[in-house]
Design a protein around this ligand. Sequence first.
Ligand SMILES: [Zn+2]
Length: 433
Amino acid sequence: MTAKARVIRGRILSFTDYPAAGGSSAHCVIDDGAVVVAGGLIEAVGEARDILARAPRGAVVDDHAGCIVTAGFIDAHVHYPQTQVIGSYGAQLLDWLHNYTFVEEQKFADPAHCARIAEFFLDELTRCGATTAMVYCTVHPQSVDAFFAAAEKRGARMIAGKVMMDRNAPEALMDTSQRGYDESKALIERWSNRGRLGYAITPRFAVTSTQGQLEAAGALAREYPQCYVQTHADENKAEIARVATLFPEARSYIDVYARAGLTGPRSVFGHCIHLQDGEVAELAASRSVAAFCPTSNLFLGSGLVEQARLARGGVRIALATDVGGGTSYSMLRTAAEGYKVLQLNGQSWPALQAFYRMTLGNARALGLDDRIGSIEAGKEADLVVLDPRATPALAHRMETAGGDLEVELFALITMGDDRAVRQTYVAGAPRKG
Ligand SMILES: [Zn+2]
């Protein structure tokens, strides 16, 4: 064990695979466990008595008795420029964009504003236990520079990209096919795979990009196969009708992206609510990822994702907040609303499956499961410590939980938020508060 080791003690929960209902082989629990972290990585995990017996004199021990230690949460779709329009009243998607988002995003021409909001956003993610996110910036390259600079300073694993828009948006928020390509390329050269940072090629959605711009984004994806692609699809019925008008030759909304070379295993499509059967098949065949954003889908009245249909169709699924259309930075709150969306579709969602999705499941969706998403030696030390008794109401509820892990996890989802996060470790360093 190296000199600067830290020992994090608590009830360890980690996944090795998707926890099918009723099964127990896909996750491991150590009731009195400990994780050794050093140099940003997990060095060891095991029973606390064994780990502590081997700990060198002077090692820092963080004792989180009674708390659950899991891999840090991963948010697969979120907009950092929307922190000051979250909770804006009374609009569905297209009006919400024009009335609130497109006004707000113009402020990101100012690098000082970008820097201030990036810091706030990353602080808030940390307070909520999220250690990795796939993030939309604005059309301004400086919004991407500010975000990555702030993430790099914290040592956080983050993915982000410059929004590309060349039509149906305010003049101040538009690039062109060529400029969007050139600016994205320069940002990729500057930031992609630098330390813990990854780049996502980010055409906002088909309504605000011409065919030429989508093709330019597809060209970037071919040139830089290490990059991700992120965009929106099939969120709202008026949006879908608009896309059909703008791209009359396409068979479907997803087909618009497929024709431009934007589907694939590193492509994450936000929402995917109103999918035709052919779109489900296209997403599955291309191994693209659908990002389920329940708080946003409810808040904007967009619709109910049919998770069981997507899963049956073989579509890879991620879970995401979609702040600021989404209403909470907390993946716990997001899972709670996800549960309710599934209930409205006559489905259920065991707590272990929801926790899998927030950790290893989302890491797999982003192709990062060799680095993050579970608590194993050699992985990066991004962890969250959850206190199932963090509030009076939670503590009261725990009186009848009998120490049952699944009861605790489901109560944390149903009633928890940033208050339930006792500590967040980013690359082994405590970061909350
Ligand atoms: Zn979004």
